[in-house]
Design a protein around this ligand. Structure first.
Ligand SMILES: Nc1nc2c(ncn2[C@@H]2O[C@H](COP(=O)(O)OP(=O)(O)O)[C@@H](O)[C@H]2O)c(=O)[nH]1
Ligand SMILES: [Mg+2]
Ligand SMILES: [Zn+2]
Ligand SMILES: [Zn+2]
Length: 478
């Protein structure tokens, strides 16, 4: 009887001590959890999704990862304490039994409650600090998104022709590549590169001033986050595509820009030299050399005006005529996916109905008539374009097309180009445009104005199609 009573008293006495011990032991668990979990370095999320060579900000992802880990660690610390107590139980007295069981119970209950409370306080503190950061973050990304959409800012690689939102940017100090230089876990308006250099990470902060490369081919990208306008020039071999492009650039730089009060700026010195050389070629009366297949690097100029929302970067693609001989090679050209307008050059000297009437003419022979059948070429091109843009046959393609009949100096006295084509038996060609494009217009021009070498060029009818196509592509340019 006394033994039982003694045991009960011992257990109760143990339990009283155990309560204190339990309380005492639970107090520091959360803080130990904190110590185990909070450490420098990157969050798992950025390691998985970004992996940029930059220093991560604590208050973006990491603070919540640390919160979770702290809670988990604190729970484990409590479990550990319960286990340690269990080991003391072996061969223990009633007193020890009462003390340990109670302490374990208290740790179990109080530990969880205390952890939950600490978790909540911890959560509140980091959330109060984080909210303003997230608000700024969302405002910044929304403003950038709005700017990019409104001003139609995008990236195009002039070499491998992929499109992207922003290119890869290079740290000016250590040359490390930042693949996603945008507001995020590394900073909102700016970030610190691994090397310590602070670099802007938004358009507003001046990111576009940094050196950039194409995400796919790593070639240098100089488009500077402007609004691209891509216009390929389509037509058979010797139709006069290159001649037209030179003339179009000349007209744009010297006449159109003046008439519309646009400012023209070159991409870089190399591009300026290339374009100036073309214009020189024209003025000296040298015929353009044959375009080779490797040449599909566009000619590009920046166009700006007070009226524009943003500067535009015009890319004109002078494509070798052979590319249109096979549909598969049309399909392979990525830029058709994002083409803003098309210039389709027709050589009237390749039209059967025309050839019959003037084949004796000396000028005709000198003007290297294209020997590509323009109808077949157009069929292949339209099919290829539909394939690239994944468009059904019954839907009209909504890219504006300037259909330009070139070399009109050889065929004098033709006022109305549509009538001329009809009279030459090419009504079907007109129908093909009508049945496939929702916005097209016919023009006639003479890209060189002559066919003989040595004469300075006197182009005719270049201004109108260039003005028209730019105006159709972008309201700003009307
Ligand atoms: N008469 C005349 N001939 C032209 C004109 N434009 C181009 N040509 C002739 O067409 C040839 C091919 O021109 P090019 O621009 O190289 O054609 P591409 O193969 O389509 O790029 C030139 O060498 C000229 O002989 C033009 O306006 N008038
Ligand atoms: Mg050419
Ligand atoms: Zn590229
Ligand atoms: Zn760096």
């Amino acid at each position: 009887m006394f033994i039982v009573l003694g045991s009960i008293i011992a257990i109760i006495a143990g339990a009283v001590i155990g309560i204190g011990e339990g309380f005492f032991k639970t107090v520091d668990s959360y803080f130990r959890g904190l110590r185990y979990s909070i450490h420098k370095g990157n969050s798992l999320k950025t390691k998985r999704e970004f992996y940029e060579p930059a220093k991560e900000k604590y208050f973006f992802y990491k603070q919540y990862e640390d919160l979770n880990n702290t809670y988990k660690s604190a729970t484990s610390v409590n479990k550990g304490k319960i286990l340690v107590l269990k080991q003391q139980l072996i061969n223990g007295s009633y007193f020890t039994f009462g003390r340990i069981k109670t302490a374990q119970f208290i740790i179990y209950i109080m530990g969880n409650i205390l952890n939950a409370i600490c978790f909540f306080i911890h959560f509140l503190i980091i959330t109060i600090i984080s909210i303003p950061i997230y608000i700024v973050y969302f405002i910044v990304i929304a403003m950038e998104k709005i700017k990019f959409t409104r001003e139609r800012i995008a990236g195009r690689c002039p070499y491998c022709h992929i499109k992207f939102d922003i290119p890869y940017y290079i740290c000016p100090s250590c040359e490390k590549v930042h693949k996603r230089l945008e507001a995020g876990p590394y900073g909102i308006m700016k970030r610190t590169c691994e090397c310590g250099e602070v670099i802007p990470s938004t358009n507003f902060a001046g990111r576009a001033k940094l050196r950039a490369v194409c995400p796919r081919c790593s070639k240098s990208i100089e488009s500077k986050e402007t609004s691209p306008i891509c216009i390929p020039i389509i037509g058979g071999v010797s139709a006069g595509k290159t001649s037209f492009m030179y003339s179009a650039l000349n007209t744009l730089i010297n006449d159109l820009a003046k008439a519309k009060k646009w400012n023209i700026r070159f991409l870089n010195e190399k591009e300026e030299l290339k374009i100036r050389e073309c214009l020189d070629t024209l003025n000296k009366g040298i015929l353009p050399r044959k375009t080779i297949k490797q040449d599909t690097v566009p000619y590009s100029v920046f166009i700006n005006s007070d009226k524009f929302r943003s500067e535009k970067l015009l890319y004109m693609y002078d494509i070798a005529g052979e590319y249109f001989d096979i549909r598969a090679s049309i399909r392979r050209h990525n830029y058709y996916k994002y083409t803003d307008g098309l210039i389709f050059i027709i050589d009237p000297l390749s039209i059967e109905g025309v050839v019959k009437s003037i084949s004796e003419n000396q000028e005709f022979i000198k003007s290297s008539p294209s020997n590509t059948n323009v109808n077949d070429l157009l069929d292949r091109f339209i099919l290829g374009l539909r394939e690239v843009r994944e468009m059904k046959l019954n839907k009209l393609i909504d890219i504006p097309v300037a259909v330009i009949v070139n070399k009109m100096d050889v065929l004098e006295g033709q006022e109305n180009i549509i009538e001329f084509l009809k009279d030459s038996g090419e009504e079907k060609l007109i129908r093909k445009f009508e049945h496939n494009f929702s916005n097209y217009q016919f023009f006639s021009c003479s890209a060189l104005g002559h066919s003989s070498v040595g004469e300075t060029y006197k182009s005719q009818g270049i201004f109108e199609p260039v003005e028209w196509i730019l105006g159709q592509i972008n309201q700003d340019m009307k």
